[in-house]
Design a protein around this ligand. Structure first.
Ligand code: SF4
Length: 199
């Protein structure tokens, strides 16, 4: 973890054509971003996920020695992998980039309220810049998975799950804290529609 003074955060505000810029004053968000603690570079991009957008991020990382990146754009479900790969290509740990959602959670839901949407986008951006201070590099590892299952609870759901997985070819261990299987079902005297004993 760099000390506070060594943090160099870059902020990239995406216009997404008019998807974001149509509802949010992106220049105002950039202006506030430039004044945030440890932010050494902030800019806007027409389409940050495009090739020119990604090149702009890489260039800024190199030129401004960024060690944290915040992309204020769409949902991380859309492009988090894109930006992780992007920063990795210039040597930054991919977990030092974060995405602030100012599209699905802001511009799209506040169409017609440009002032309110801009204020909210600024708040979201500030929160993610604050969060970027605590991002830590992470290493991905692969571990072998044992093809076996443990089912805890021998009620109807547990027994059926265990049977289904066993039928699919997995070794299954079923554990139950009570002396007999059946769970709540076993306590019923009769069950609909046959009115048979539950056991
Ligand atoms: S990064 Fe997301 S918000 Fe920006 S242009 Fe691409 S899809 Fe649109």
């Amino acid at each position: 973890m760099p000390k506070d003074d060594d943090l160099r955060i870059g902020v990239f505000i995406c216009e997404c054509g008019t998807n974001i810029a149509g509802s949010i004053d992106v220049d105002a968000v950039v202006e506030v971003a430039q004044k945030q603690p440890n932010v050494v570079f902030a800019t806007k991009n027409l389409y940050t996920c495009s090739e020119p957008g990604q090149q702009a991020i890489k260039k800024a990382i190199t030129e401004h020695k960024l060690n944290r990146v915040v992309v204020a754009a769409c949902s991380p479900r859309m492009h988090e992998p894109t930006f992780r790969t992007c920063v990795k290509e210039v040597g930054m740990n991919p977990y030092l980039v974060d995405m602030a959602n100012i599209r699905e959670q802001c511009s799209w839901v506040h169409i017609g309220d440009r002032k309110g949407a801009t204020e909210k986008a600024i708040d979201i951006m500030k929160a993610y810049v604050g969060r970027a201070r605590y991002l830590q590099p992470q290493e991905e590892t692969r571990i072998p998975v044992k093809q076996a299952a443990l089912v805890i609870g021998g009620g109807v759901a547990g027994m059926q799950s265990a049977l289904d997985m066993a039928d699919a070819g997995y070794k299954v261990t079923l554990v139950e804290k009570e002396p007999s299987l059946g769970g709540l079902m076993a306590q019923l005297a009769k069950t609909y529609p046959t009115m048979d004993c539950a056991i």
